[in-house]
Design a protein around this ligand. Structure first.
Ligand SMILES: Cc1cc2nc3c(=O)[nH]c(=O)nc-3n(C[C@H](O)[C@H](O)[C@H](O)COP(=O)(O)OP(=O)(O)OC[C@H]3O[C@@H](n4cnc5c(N)ncnc54)[C@H](O)[C@@H]3O)c2cc1C
Length: 511
């Protein structure tokens, strides 16, 4: 510790973002002099949605030293191998955005280029026939690949579907056990330092004042500190991502949980279907200029597969990002820092990305602008990567059965995304700017899935013998099928080691 070290961190908000930040900081600021306090208001509550995740959450659990089976059990989670998109591209079509690798590159040539040449010669199945995650997903199978897993099982990548409320509770237990102090109460005022406008303290309805040096704003869409107190400003993305409402409605389901999310395009938006152990999460994300709230709710409820378990909940949002994620001594995380609709399940990941960067750039009480500016630069990039990938799904839409989709198909898009699409349309190439969140395989699966078909393939493929490549492709494809066949069902795997209420004795599948 030195005289400038931060000693008081105050987290405002106890939703998924607040408790993720609290859990991570309790672990990383375990230095004997930094206190972490979290303030939340039961009266205000949390947003209560946010059920689908992407694979990096595994690293978050690892960093905290959380046992994955304990986490799955506590959050009633299931495993997610990707997203099935139904009626995207054209009505009646479906494709899979699978996690993990696609096939294997040969002599440095990307696998999808080999596939594109082969596809130009003969009818081929979808490219995800070369994905271990997709092969398992479509047969309802799952097993966690162990450290010794061999090809192709070692290519299986997964994330989770979970109960957001239980996740916050689970993290709260973890954080409090590691020294985080929780204060229940509603913040009614924020006091700024007169000399520089930094946040000095927050005042609760009870009259209690809580001072701090670093504040993390996890107060949800309202952005209590970052916006209401500091007026940071918001960059709206509605011209590219026009959906602005959602209705969430859980229902019962029977049978085995699918190890994937389903996103079905409807007339003026789309519907999610997310199975967790205890129920099916459903929601309709839509554009209020094209459908009324009542009609959107009617459509959702009429599509449910089981009995409605709770009253449908209506949510309003503005897609975009806070102009600065870090302003003065306030760092916004979660919904207070921005929101991209949940089509690719990225919000919880952006919280994780913010936490990782805060730990890497942790300030002292002098608040060197270097750390703040680098943090803001990186978070802007993270948000824009997510934004562009999600816009792709809307832009690459050829449906002409609804005004909404025709408008999306005709819209202008950000330049970087337009270039990416044109590069792919030309010779199937995908270029990344650094280590992007969605890897090449994800872009290829969604571009092909939504009928962006390259006019040619990379000429480098012609250096490889056609007959040998053809044989190798067939060999790999069969390998995925055979391996999926040997796996336990998703339900069997959960029952074996991580069922929320299980009568089945715990026993790990060794694979
Ligand atoms: C329709 C929809 C679907 C989504 N689906 C997904 C998904 O599938 N995957 C995914 O990763 N993300 C998803 N998200 C996003 C996800 O829900 C959020 O990123 C995540 O829950 C984090 O929310 P939060 O903690 O920032 O905010 P909230 O859950 O709103 O929590 C805010 C906290 O601040 C507290 N608070 C606010 N004001 C005060 C005050 N004055 N005094 C004291 N406390 C206060 C509240 O009590 C609460 O504890 C979805 C979001 C929406 C809208």
């Amino acid at each position: 510790m030195n005289e400038h070290s931060i000693r008081e961190v105050v987290i405002v908000g106890g939703g998924t973002a607040g408790w993720m930040a609290a859990a991570a900081l309790s672990r990383y600021l375990n230095n004997g002099y930094t206190n972490v306090t979290l303030i939340e208001s039961e009266q205000i509550g949390t947003i209560g949605v946010g059920e689908a995740t992407i694979p990096p959450l595994i690293n978050f659990n690892d960093l905290l030293g959380i046992n994955e089976n304990d986490f799955v059990r506590a959050t009633q989670a299931t495993f997610k191998l990707g997203i099935e998109f139904v009626n995207w591209g054209r009505l009646g079509q479906r494709y899979f955005h699978a996690f993990g690798d696609l096939g294997t590159d040969l002599q440095g040539v990307p696998f999808h280029q080999l596939y594109l040449r082969e596809r130009a010669r003969r009818p081929m199945p979808d490219i995800t026939a070369w994905s271990m995650s997709a092969a398992a997903a479509y047969t309802g199978k799952y097993a966690r690949p162990g450290a010794k897993a061999q090809f192709p099982l070692d290519q299986l990548r997964y994330a989770f579907h979970l109960d957001a409320t239980l996740y916050a509770r689970f993290l709260r237990t973890f954080a409090e056990a590691h020294g985080v102090r929780r204060i229940e109460g509603k913040i009614v005022d924020v006091e700024l330092r007169s000399e520089d406008g930094f946040v000095q303290s927050v005042k609760l309805g009870s009259g209690q004042t809580i001072g701090g040096e670093l504040f993390i704003d996890c107060s949800g869409f309202r952005g209590l500190l970052i916006e209401q107190a500091l007026h940071t400003g918001y960059e709206e993305w509605a011209k590219w991502l026009p959906c602005d409402r959602a209705i969430a409605a859980p229902c019962s389901y029977t049978g085995n949980p699918d190890p994937f999310t389903r996103a079905t395009a409807l007339q003026s938006g789309w519907q999610w279907r997310i199975p967790i152990q205890s129920r099916m999460g459903n929601g309709h994300v839509y554009c209020s200029s094209f459908i009324s709230d009542d009609e959107a709710e009617r459509v959702l409820v009429s599509n449910l597969e089981g009995e409605l378990l709770d009253s449908p909940r209506r949510l309003t949002f503005t897609t975009g990002r806070r102009k600065l994620s870090w302003n003065r001594n306030v760092i916004a995380m979660g919904l207070s820092s921005g929101f991209v609709e949940p089509l690719e399940s990225t919000s919880i990941h952006l919280v994780q990305a913010g936490i990782a960067r805060l730990i890497a750039m942790f300030p002292d009480r002098r608040f060197n602008p270097l750390e703040r500016d680098e943090y803001n630069r990186q978070m802007k990039q993270q948000n824009e990567w997510v934004r562009d990938f999600v816009i792709l799904h809307y832009k690459a839409m050829q449906r002409d059965d609804s005004e909404f989709w025709m408008q999306c198909g005709a819209m202008d898009i950000p330049d970087g995304l337009a270039d990416k699409i044109e590069q792919f349309r030309n010779k199937g190439r995908v270029f990344a700017e650094g280590v992007e969140l969605f890897p090449r395989q994800s872009w290829v699966e969604v571009l092909l899935g939504q009928n962006i078909v390259p006019e040619g393939y990379d000429p480098v493929v012609d250096g490889l013998d056609e007959a040998k490549v053809s044989q190798a492709l067939e060999h790999f494809r069969q390998g995925y099928v055979d391996t999926a066949e040997r796996l336990p069902t998703h339900a069997q795997f959960i029952a074996s080691c991580c069922a929320a209420q299980s009568a089945v004795p715990a026993q790990e599948f060794a694979l």
